[in-house]
Design a protein around this ligand. Sequence first.
Ligand code: DHB
Length: 404
Amino acid sequence: MAPAPTERVDTVVDVPIAILGAGPAGLMLAHRLGRSGIACVNIDLRTRAEIEGTHRAGILEAGAARDLVDTGVSDRILRDGHEHGGTELRFGGRGHRIDFRELVGGSVWLYPQTDVFIDLANARDRDGGTVHFGVTDPEVNGVETDRPTMRFTSADGVRHEVRATIVVGADGSRSMCRSLIPEAGRTQFFREYPFAWFGILAAAPKSAPELVYAHSEHGFALISQRTDAVQRMYFQCDPEEDTEAWSDDRIWETLQVRVAGDDGFSLVEGPVIEKTVLRFRSFVQQPMRWGSMVLAGDAAHTVPPTGARGLNLALHDVKVLAEVIPRALGKEGLDALDDYEPRALSRVWRAQNFSYWMTQMLHTAPGASAFDLRRQLGELDNVVSTRAGRTYLAEQYAGWPTES
Ligand code: DHB
């Protein structure tokens, strides 16, 4: 009998770690393991150009920024990134700076996720790592055994089989790996939100030196930056919003109204060069380990973008995995993987809470009453006008140290 097309295999390799996903989580894991002499193969459905062309969040915790430099990925962040010692909460028509340095001795780096990806992909090339972009028909088998396999067709049509010891699902918010854990064995926790973000890139000079998170009766807005000539901004919108219905004039009018105030603050306008609607939700799947497979980053958890936790959480997951996996490949065996989830998950739920808290404090839910708006202003006032409130926000935003 002729084999079914998915059973055709042209090339077989034995590699300890097979990683589905070549975004920041998958590539940083391969980079870290490579430093311990452990070989990995990464695959991704997207082409390298597609990933480079997708605009994502822009804030890295100082610890994550330092790790990029110290582990030898690249020091480009020190030249092209911008260190921010604080952020602004804007409400009631006034700005209130939260000073990370003074409050918690911390800072964050504005450095787009796309640049993190570019640095990691270049580092893999430089270090001789194997990464297949633009693959089709990925398949994972045997995660309940200690000989799992990953199969895929590379962009040149060759069908590959990777015989691994551990499979890592770092395959993003639409992960196929997480559904390999049978329904009876997994729990999914999620919360949907009745709004989304309208994200733009605009060719304009900076409107503010640091990020501005703005609450207004018209809805939330976030003023971020990219370079001296290109800015990133977001405003709360309906999840079904059609970007085509938004002219530059309408976008600027919407943003200006949301940041306006007695202090005269306004945005410097320019042509809108990119616009997208970002839908979001809070999501966690447990467990994060199943047999010889572990999940990392968005595959296991997604957070709403408010507070910029997503990329930082993913990088933390793989930092823990890079310590646990060498043990699992050594004397301890796969049982060592059990150490991963408790160490990763406490941060995941803390970040879930922070992202949820920032989101509900700053956005206007459809049908919100005058009471709801005033209560939010009370909450924001509590945050900015007490040292405890400011410190709480600063500590959560600038990130926590990794517990060993
Ligand atoms: C950016 C995105 C975020 O979600 C955030 O909280 C801060 C900044 C950004 O894209 O720059």
